[in-house]
Write a protein that binds this ligand. Structure first.
Ligand SMILES: *Cc1c(COP(=O)(O)O)cnc(C)c1O
Length: 383
């Protein structure tokens, strides 16, 4: 057994990253400023999007997207239940109704057929999730969205480095990325809103900073009017320069990170292929580069004779950390009680919600660490 605990994720931060953040702290300008502007520019270049707004989190980005798109009472937003809770929470907080689409049983991507079945005259927005570092079926989803004339906002929190049919996710349409510490790059906490739509970007820029349309940097450094007025009530979701300088340095290493993640994922795939009780996720054919944000497996609980939760606990006893992405949102207490959702609604989502488990995967991990994880899995399954 491993002597040292292997976490399921850990950010890759160098001494130079730490110095760069310290330099910003010493510079006299630590909130939104030149590093944010440079980070937004570098991010657009990497992803191939027209414009980007750096924010305090991806959740903030989703909140602003719903405000800018005018989502409110009487509106329905179609999204998977197999996702992080933030999107669903925000739909409800906006006064709108989440409508859960099921996912593909094997890729965990939102099913376009299920989206079709979820449409109504009240549908105002579709929020697909690019799961685990692979890409959702955007051709089908864009066709549906165009036909019924509703916007698509892509949850790309897992998809920095993901290519769909040769194009980076976010290179078309509107998408939101996250820089939470477990994501492919981190700014501590942070997110970014990307779009090709100039008006939408202007609106998001205004909403992210009190509804003023200019931020403190604009006013002090760029010499814009300090008399800027509130055009509509906004939030306080701007990214700091301390975060952005870390983001810039991380972005410069993202391809190196993904190379390492891919190497580890290949090793997992090879070794796990021999274990009948463990089912990895297949890569969708139109994902032309998988960013390997997560290495998710499903435990065949019937065959293994052990629940997923016990499996995770047994691995932890063997010093292997795991994650759970995700417990279906429609099965969580608030949603069960307020919406009357429950088992039987979304068969593929529920099947996976009981069986998925994310194995350790981060750039500073070694091949030997992967071997330790697989050895621990085999031990748990034979006992
Ligand atoms: C992490 C994550 C988010 C939220 O990102 P934050 O930056 O933490 O707000 C949203 N959606 C998915 C699928 C995520 O994994």
């Amino acid at each position: 057994m491993r002597a040292e605990f292997l976490p399921f994720s850990r950010p890759s931060i160098t001494e130079d990253d730490i110095s760069a953040v310290a330099d910003v702290l010493r510079s006299g300008w630590i909130t939104t400023g030149p590093n944010v502007t440079e980070f937004e520019r570098a991010f657009c270049k990497y992803v191939g999007c027209k414009k980007a707004v750096a924010l305090s989190s991806a959740t903030a980005g989703m909140h602003l997207a719903m405000m800018a798109l005018g989502i409110g009472p009487g509106d329905e937003v179609i999204t998977p239940s197999m996702t992080w809770v933030s999107t669903i929470n925000l739909i409800v907080l906006a006064g709108a109704t989440p409508v859960f689409a099921d996912v593909d049983r094997d890729t965990l991507m939102i099913s376009p057929d299920s989206v079709e079945e979820s449409l109504s005259s009240k549908t105002r927005l579709i929020v697909p999730v690019h799961f685990a570092g692979a890409a959702a079926d955007m051709v089908s989803l864009r066709r549906i969205a165009a036909r019924i004339e509703v916007p698509l906002v892509e949850d790309a929190a897992h998809a920095l480095g993901t290519y769909y049919s040769g194009t980076h996710v976010g290179g078309e349409g509107t998408s939101i990325f996250s820089f939470h510490p477990i994501k492919n790059i981190t700014t501590g906490e942070g997110g970014i809103f990307c779009s090709q739509d100039d008006d939408l970007i202007d609106h998001i820029n205004r909403l992210k900073f009190h509804g003023l349309g200019v931020d403190a940097y604009d006013r002090q450094i760029q010499g814009r009017s300090p008399q800027a007025e509130v055009l509509e009530p906004g939030y306080k979701y701007n990214m700091t320069d301390m975060a952005a300088v870390l983001g810039l340095r991380q972005l410069a290493r993202v391809d190196e990170f993904i190379r390492k993640r891919t190497e580890l994922a290949i090793r997992y795939t090879d070794l796990i292929g021999e274990i009948d009780e463990i089912l990895p996720l297949p890569v969708p054919p139109d994902t032309t580069r998988h960013a390997w944000h997560l290495f998710i497996v499903r435990l065949d609980t019937d065959r293994a004779g052990i629940s997923r939760d016990d499996f995770m606990a047994e691995l932890k006893q063997r010093n292997i950390g795991t994650g759970l992405h995700f417990r279906a949102v429609h099965l969580q207490k608030y949603y069960r009680e307020s919406m009357g959702t429950g088992s039987g609604m979304l068969p593929n989502t529920e099947w996976n919600s009981d069986r998925i488990c994310s194995l350790p995967l981060f750039p500073d991990m070694t091949i030997e660490d992967v071997d330790d994880v697989v050895e621990a899995i085999k031990e748990v399954l034979t006992n």
